[in-house]
Design a binder for this molecule. Structure first.
Ligand SMILES: [Zn+2]
Length: 186
């Protein structure tokens, strides 16, 4: 969700702008939700409901089954496509994942660390943005997904990388990575 006031890109479903505190309107929240996969799944369920006879039968079991089937179809679709961007384990670092905020905390073993990134097969380019205190400092795109290097700039929790596989960031194509910890040698 882009803040109208300061243009900061917030996560979907945000109530307030993370940067300037500007409150999002219900309308803004709704339009950002329309882009989310869950919204699409609900749409898919609506479509499925029309297709089935659940409205005619009105059977609760039937409705419950149609929901379950929709979730299974949606789940299979996500599983098969796997378009949720992820950080994977690697010998070069240890990491922790904050599920709630979708943030990775990476503790590298060297000053410059290659990240093991999962992105969908068809992704050919990764956009890397480096922030300090929520201010964009550096931006680049990388074509070689196996060669994504990030640097330990400081142990500052206010510095982070945002990696996305499309210019437009959203919940599934973006991860936020804090590269933390002091590097002992080199
Ligand atoms: Zn703002």
């Amino acid at each position: 969700m882009k803040c109208k006031k300061c243009e900061y890109i917030n996560v979907n479903h945000a109530n307030y702008c993370y940067k300037c505190g500007n409150e999002f309107t219900k309308k803004e929240q709704a339009s950002s939700q329309e882009k989310s996969i869950w919204h699409k799944l609900v749409k898919l369920k609506d479509w499925y409901d029309k297709l089935t006879l659940s409205k005619i039968t009105g059977s609760k079991t039937f409705q419950a089954l149609s929901i379950i089937i929709t979730i299974l179809i949606g789940g299979y679709f996500i599983y098969k496509n796997g378009y949720q961007m992820k950080l994977l384990a690697n010998d070069n670092y240890t990491y922790a994942y904050n599920t709630k905020d979708k943030e990775y905390y990476v503790y590298p073993k060297e000053k410059e660390t290659p990240l093991n990134i999962y992105a969908p097969n068809e992704v050919k380019e990764i956009y890397i943005k480096y922030y300090e205190n929520d201010t964009l400092v550096n931006e680049q795109s990388i074509n070689d997904l196996n060669n994504i290097l990030v640097e330990v700039n400081s142990s500052n929790i206010n510095s982070y990388y945002k990696l996305s596989y499309e210019k437009e960031e959203n919940d599934i194509n973006t991860i936020k990575v804090y590269v933390l910890g002091s590097v002992t040698n080199e």
